[in-house]
Design a binder for this molecule. Structure first.
Ligand code: ATR
Length: 276
């Protein structure tokens, strides 16, 4: 039986087992996908269990996504650029790692707003952490001409922008409200607005009709940011889709079947998310 895992610390909250469990049942596969609590100091020992054949591969989540990278035998170019790995698997006796967050972000955006890249000239990104890095790399790869980063800690936004050319710039957090009106796509990559976190205070008064507003927060599913965008004629894109789509490449590698993000899968996850 093919056994897979998600390792994190803590890991009890992860919704990944629900996603992979759904696909295993849908495709009639006899494999498993298990939560394994692995503190940072025990990551190397856990990787030895994969090498010895106990597992085919799995996902890596907080706080292990960076620590796992130098311990693998092969790391994809994408994961290297992210400085973080979220998907690992055995291939030809070697342990491989990739990062599928940018893929997941883009696949969901493609699904929700087909052709978005043909009409997004300027993107405003709130935040400059790991999720922002995935989003900026994804947007830059798809040719977005101008990407503006704003972050509470300006140095982090400047550091991220410095990895790119003139098309990515860092601006002050206080400038965000004024930048809303020049943006065709706005993405919240911070934890603000998530249940239990402080609200995201972004003034959407200047939002243009049809501006895409994407929030990677998915608890609640419709955040105040998305509700505000909807009320002003913007196009809201929720964060759940990124979570679902980032899981596709891993499942395909471990189980040999490329799964789909279906309405039934979405409904199953939505039922598990508390309302706002
Ligand atoms: P992730 O991997 O989910 O992106 P992260 O790397 O810890 O997590 O980044 C969290 C992001 O949310 C950062 O941009 C962080 O801003 P700082 O770089 O200034 O820490 C942002 N963030 C978290 N809490 C915030 C708050 N209360 N106000 C503003 N930004 C916040």
């Amino acid at each position: 039986m093919t056994r897979c895992f998600i390792i994190g610390h803590p890991v009890a909250h992860s919704r990944s087992p629900m996603i992979h469990g759904h696909w295993l049942a849908e495709h009639g596969l006899g494999g498993s996908y298990e939560r394994v609590d692995v503190p940072p100091g025990e990551v190397a020992a856990f990787l030895d269990r994969i090498r010895s054949g106990e597992f085919a591969g799995g996902n890596v989540t907080v706080p292990n996504k960076e620590a796992v990278l130098p311990l693998l035998d092969h790391v994809s170019e994408t994961a290297r650029r992210m400085g973080a790995v979220n998907t690992i698997w055995m291939e030809d006796g070697r342990l491989h790692g990739d990062n599928t967050d940018a893929f997941g972000f883009l696949a969901h955006l493609d699904d929700r707003v087909p052709g978005w890249d043909g009409r997004v000239g300027t993107a405003l990104i709130l935040g400059a952490g790991g999720a922002a890095r995935a989003v900026v790399h994804g947007l830059a790869d798809r040719g977005v001409g101008r990407i503006i980063l704003v972050n509470r800690s300006p140095a982090r936004a400047q550091e991220l922008a410095a990895e790119f050319g003139a098309n990515v710039e860092a601006r002050g957090w206080g400038e965000a409200d004024g930048l809303v009106a020049v943006s065709d796509l706005i993405v919240n990559t911070t934890s603000l607005g998530m249940q239990g976190q402080p609200p995201l205070e972004l003034d959407l008064a200047g939002l243009r009709l049809g501006t895409i507003v994407d929030d990677i927060v998915y608890v609640p599913l419709e955040t105040a940011l998305l509700g505000g965008a909807r009320a002003r004629g913007g196009l809201p894109v929720d964060g759940l889709g990124m979570l679902l789509h980032q899981a596709i490449p891993g499942f395909e590698r471990w189980f040999g079947v490329r799964p789909q993000v279906t309405p039934a899968l979405r409904a199953r996850l939505e039922a598990d998310i508390p309302a706002a």
